[in-house]
Design a protein around this ligand. Structure first.
Ligand code: NDP
Length: 513
């Protein structure tokens, strides 16, 4: 049984925490075309604190009409407003200032995030710093050279320049609300695009706070629009609109497929960052304590609600019993509770519906004949209305089991064992996903051999999870299309134009006069 934290009374301070957000009456508003608006049909949605089931606030629940209004505003700002012709230096200046606002208000922001998403404060504090750094990184990149010139077999000067794509629809999930907003907005704005961002209906609050600074810093109206509402309505409207030039999405693979289908009408550019079932491979010669530590961090950080989670632990047979025993012992000690409690190491699951989905996977694992080493239940003593699941580990699994193949997106680790390097690689690649993977070994040549054989876009040797704004993020196979972050993430928000300049200005003579 995991150690349990008593519920902390953080939720009672929600109105104070949200004092800087814009509202009409009791309803928090969306930011569209430089104005704070309610839903066109007056609809609202109650946000629920996942740690205790209490209502945090009501937000406007946007409609397809509201999405269209935001798209039109972004379209006008790009094609008719000043942003389409803006200078990179000016865009950089605004993005640097936005990063400063995040840093200056990091305490408030991280508390709003913990209230809305549930994850421990130490995680949201880290996320806020990371979000500020993302804006800062792309502010810097905005002004760096990105063109090329070519020697061509003619009296011609041939150049390549990068230009913004236009209007970008951006749909983000609930597991890193502000950080995902930063990953989407920062490169798009740095490159000169305009944006319509749709946060998850469950976690819109930090994006709304960000919008208050976008207004204060005088980003031109319509450059950034934050429209709220349900994915199948507002998200779908963004994906399907012919006025949207690019759609960027982070979320589940099934939703990614729906978005790709909706986007086909005007063949808009598309970036998809989807799910994973990532292998964390531990060889017998690895540093034992380090590998145990990262096995836990890989799956139980953010309660496993991480696309790149190391949700499959692949252990060399010769150390499997001792290694799994050590991981299980430590998993049982993880302190589960309210994210506002400083003792909490693992917070709640985002919603009751998602908790039930995870529980159904745990039942499936048992029915499939896997051995439940620890967890599998709601921890005792926690707020009954909160959504919590103990750190859960299954061993004695088989490659074909559902719990081995499907993304659970919760604190559930499945253990697989392997005989040798070849066996490890075969098992590691045996899913439809290809997002991430880790290898623990003291044999550096073996580490590199295995990493190069992993069909995955993000990999680690003797660590798991660190992510940097400088390096590209994205997956192979059904884990996505394209890359975010780094220069790759910037280029994904640009069109490439070649310009040929004739240096011998005279008729071509191709046709007779
Ligand atoms: P979704 O993929 O459904 O949600 C992600 C975002 O997409 C949200 O903003 C959502 O809106 C929006 N969305 C939902 N349906 C559509 C649609 N038809 N068209 C356009 N946008 C849409 O994730 P869930 O929250 O439902 O989680 C389901 C599974 O997805 C998880 O169990 C997990 O496996 C995976 N997931 C992966 C993530 C990742 O980082 N790769 C992040 C989150 C989930 P809204 O929710 O507001 O309706």
């Amino acid at each position: 049984m995991a150690t349990v934290q008593t519920t902390y009374a953080g939720a009672s301070r929600s109105s104070e925490l949200l004092a800087n957000l814009k509202r009409a009456g009791d309803t928090y508003l969306m930011y569209v075309g430089g104005e704070w608006i309610a839903a066109s049909d007056g609809g609202t949605r109650d946000l629920i604190n996942p740690a205790n089931g209490q209502k945090i606030a009501a937000v406007s629940e946007g409609t397809a009409q509201d999405a269209d209004r935001a798209i039109q505003a972004a379209h006008d700002a790009f094609y008719e407003g000043p942003w389409g012709d803006s200078l990179a230096q000016d865009r950089a200046k605004l993005l640097f200032r936005l990063a400063e606002r995040i840093d200056e208000n990091a305490d408030e922001l991280s508390r709003i995030e913990t209230l809305n998403n549930g994850k421990p404060l130490r995680e949201t504090q880290y996320d806020m710093a990371d979000a500020a750094n993302c804006f800062r990184y792309y502010a810097g990149l905005a002004t760096k050279p990105s063109g090329q010139t070519f020697e061509v077999p003619a009296a011609s000067q041939t150049m390549v320049v990068r230009e913004p794509i236009g209007v970008c629809g951006q749909i983000i999930p609930w597991n890193y609300p502000l950080l995902m907003a930063a990953w989407k907005l920062a490169p798009a704005l740095a490159a000169g695009n305009t944006c319509v961002l749709k946060p998850s209906e469950l976690t819109p609050l930090t994006a709304l706070r960000l919008a208050t600074w976008i207004e204060e810093l005088e980003f031109p109206k319509g450059v950034v629009n934050i429209v709220l509402g349900a994915g199948p309505i507002v998200g779908h409207a963004l994906a399907a609109s012919h006025l949207v030039d690019k759609i960027a999405f982070t979320g589940g693979t099934k939703t990614g497929r729906a978005i790709m289908q909706a986007a086909v009408g005007n063949l808009k550019k598309i970036s998809l960052e989807l799910g994973g079932k990532s292998p964390n491979i531990v060889f017998a010669d690895a540093d034992f304590d380090t590998a145990v530590d990262y096995a836990l961090y890989g799956i139980f950080a953010n309660a496993g609600q991480v696309c790149s989670a190391g949700s499959r632990l692949l252990v060399e047979e010769s150390i499997a019993k001792k290694f799994v025993g050590a991981v299980v012992d430590r998993a049982k000690k993880i302190r589960v509770g309210d994210g506002f409690d400083p003792q909490t190491e693992m917070g709640p699951i985002i919603s009751r519906a998602h908790e039930e989905k995870i529980e159904s996977y745990i039942k499936t694992g048992l029915a499939e004949g896997a051995t439940l080493e620890c967890g599998g239940h709601r921890p005792e003593g926690l707020e009954e209305k909160g959504n919590f699941i103990e750190p859960t580990i299954f061993s004695h699994t088989k490659p074909g089991m559902k719990i081995v193949q499907e993304e659970i997106f919760g604190p559930v680790l499945v253990v697989q064992t392997f005989k040798d390097e070849k066996d490890a690689i075969r098992l590691a690649n045996d899913t439809i996903y290809g997002l991430a993977g880790g290898v623990f070994t003291n044999d550096i040549a073996k580490a590199h051999r295995v990493i190069r054989k992993l069909r995955a876009g993000i990999t680690w040797i003797n660590t798991y999870h660190p992510t940097y704004n400088e390096a590209p993020w994205g997956g192979y196979k059904q884990s996505g299309i394209g890359r975010e972050l780094g220069t790759y993430g910037f280029e994904a928000y640009t069109e490439v134009k070649q310009i040929n300049v004739n240096l011998a200005v005279e008729p071509s003579g191709w046709f007779s006069t």
